[in-house]
Design a protein around this ligand. Structure first.
Ligand SMILES: *[C@@H]1O[C@H](CO)[C@@H](O)[C@H](O)[C@H]1NC(C)=O
Ligand SMILES: *[C@@H]1O[C@H](CO)[C@@H](O)[C@H](O)[C@H]1NC(C)=O
Ligand SMILES: *[C@@H]1O[C@H](CO)[C@@H](O)[C@H](O)[C@H]1NC(C)=O
Ligand SMILES: *[C@@H]1O[C@H](CO)[C@@H](O)[C@H](O)[C@H]1NC(C)=O
Ligand SMILES: *[C@@H]1O[C@H](CO)[C@@H](O)[C@H](O)[C@H]1NC(C)=O
Length: 483
């Protein structure tokens, strides 16, 4: 029935257009025949009776046929003996705002995540007006100026990451709509102060009740991992090892949010699947962000979405990569470590860089059967190098976040975590499908390419426990995983 209607409508449109097209074509034909005839007429006749259509009017009629064809710029005009030049803009190269998400963060506050034109932010002063329109007529719509947060340290490219914080002076409750009016303030074209209005969030009364109940309850998880954009041809075996290791470390009240920017192919999916089924992993497909040229697959946007999406569901949130392994000394647990740091909103974690090719001579012939963190035992002990850190936060006190730390927090940050927590970094192993052991060494220290290495068997020593844990949790389904 509806299909039939649709078809009829479609046919109707074609018919109507066809009628117009016919008319236009006839008109053009007539015009051209007229020109042809006029050529052969005596000049006297043409000037007195009919005015010959000029080139201009012909071009106008053509542009009327195709409205999207722009007119050529007018020729330079002479004004008081000065040649007045024109500048003719066509199109627009970067969007004003690309919305990813918006979340409520309290009774009167919201965070809106997106990408915005970077030059507009670097050289202009765009502004954002937040408007709340309640679902019921009992309350009036209310406006407030949005606070701009640019969390990507100037790393953006065509686009920069933008978090707009909308905090209203009074509670906005019981559902409604959040509109953002994004104004260029003359950035891009000083003649125009253009505003784009978009709907950032629609909230039902039930959504609001659900939010309040989550907000008031203690968080569901102790630990939530926000992974940044996963990209490239990842090794399923390395991802398998990483997951088993961290599910064991973080325990039953933990959750892992993995973002697929193109890195989760069939093999990787197979190692995620048992953990997804157990409820430990959530996979989000963010491949569409690739259309918009930002910094490293828009990872700053992704981590901010994750922060605000899960802000009230986790006591602690961790931000690090899948070639990095968090470690706490034997006498402690991850729980005891974060408890000792609970006065802080944020703590950073020092890095222990590991060789991605040196292995032990005793593993010769059997290294392919060993796990990555089991066989790559040489740590880089070069001194005086500033190394990246990773971090964890109590998300309720965080307003926007980064990749190596968050700079928009309420409360204290500490970097003094040495001896309590660190991470082993196996750089360049995650997208490698060949056997990582390239050089087998029978020595506790060695210098390769001017970098001094020392054996550190900390991770090797817990490999057995992690393997048994995986077997106990998900059975033997992953035993045949490819490198
Ligand atoms: C109209 O112009 C656009 C842009 O130049 C072009 O892509 C399109 O094919 C044109 N349409 C017609 C009907 O000529
Ligand atoms: C917005 O900023 C205010 C003030 O810094 C903060 O209290 C609030 O939690 C923020 N809102 C969100 C949703 O992050
Ligand atoms: C809020 O802002 C919108 C958009 O500029 C405007 O139309 C509306 O009148 C404003 N409302 C109030 C209450 O100021
Ligand atoms: C542009 O318009 C906005 C909203 O109407 C206004 O607040 C702002 O002052 C204007 N900016 C300029 C440069 O005119
Ligand atoms: C390592 O070297 C020592 C002494 O040089 C030797 O006794 C031992 O057999 C070697 N180990 C391996 C696995 O080659």
């Amino acid at each position: 029935m509806t299909k039939e209607k649709e078809r009829k409508m479609f046919v109707g449109i074609v018919w109507n257009c066809a009628a117009e097209l016919k008319f236009i074509l006839t008109a053009i034909l007539f015009l051209f025949s007229l020109i042809t005839i006029l050529q052969f007429m005596p000049i006297r006749f043409s000037t007195t009776c009919i005015s010959v259509p000029s080139f201009d009017s012909v071009s106008v009629s053509i542009s009327a046929i195709n409205a999207s064809t722009a007119l050529p710029p007018p020729p330079p005009a002479l004004e008081n003996g000065v040649i007045k030049r024109a500048f003719n803009p066509f199109g627009s190269a970067a969007y004003n705002f690309i919305l990813m998400s918006a979340y409520r963060g309290g009774i009167n506050t919201f965070a809106v995540m997106g990408l915005a034109s970077k030059p507009l932010h670097v050289y202009g002063k765009p502004s954002y007006l937040c408007q709340w329109i309640p679902n019921t007529n009992m309350h009036k719509p209310i406006n407030v100026t949005g606070t701009k947060i640019l969390p990507d340290w100037g790393y953006g490219r065509v686009y920069t990451v933008l978090v707009v914080n909308c905090t209203f002076p009074i509670p906005v409750s019981d559902g409604g709509k959040l509109l953002i009016h994004a104004t260029t303030n003359g950035g891009g074209d000083s003649e125009f102060n253009s505003t784009d209005t978009f709907l950032a969030l629609t909230e039902s009364e039930k959504d609001f009740t659900n939010f309040i109940s989550t907000f008031n309850k203690p968080p569901k998880y102790d630990f939530l991992y926000c992974g940044s954009s996963l990209y490239g041809n990842l090794s399923p075996q390395r991802v398998r090892e990483w997951l088993a290791f961290h599910v064991r470390l973080f325990g039953v009240k933990s959750h892992f949010v993995i973002h697929d920017a193109g890195g989760v192919h069939e093999g990787v999916m197979a190692v995620l699947k048992p953990w997804i089924e157990k409820g430990y992993v959530t996979l989000e497909d963010i491949r569409d962000q690739e259309r918009f040229d930002g910094y490293y697959h828009n990872q700053f946007l992704i981590v901010n979405d994750c922060l605000h999406k899960y802000r009230f569901q986790a006591k602690w949130m961790f931000f690090f990569d899948v070639d990095e392994f968090i470690f706490v000394p034997k006498k402690s647990t991850i729980k005891s470590v974060v408890d000792s740091l609970s006065d802080y909103t944020q703590f950073t974690i020092e890095q222990m860089p590991m060789s991605n090719k040196l292995c032990l001579e005793e593993d010769r012939g059997k290294s392919y059967r060993k796990w990555g963190f089991e066989k790559l035992v040489y740590k880089d002990v070069k001194r005086g190098i500033r190394r990246d850190r990773k971090y964890a936060v109590q998300p309720r006190n965080v307003i926007a976040t980064g990749v190596h730390m968050s700079q928009n927090t309420v409360g204290k940050t500490t970097h003094k975590t040495e001896g309590r927590i660190k991470y082993f970094h196996y750089h360049g192993t995650i997208a490698e499908h060949r056997e990582p052991c390239r050089q087998l060494v029978n020595a506790t220290t060695i210098t390769v390419d001017q970098i001094p290495y020392e054996v550190d068997s900390t991770m090797r020593d817990i490999a057995g426990t992690v393997k048994r844990f995986e077997l106990k949790m998900i059975g033997s389904t992953l035993q045949k995983t490819r490198q």
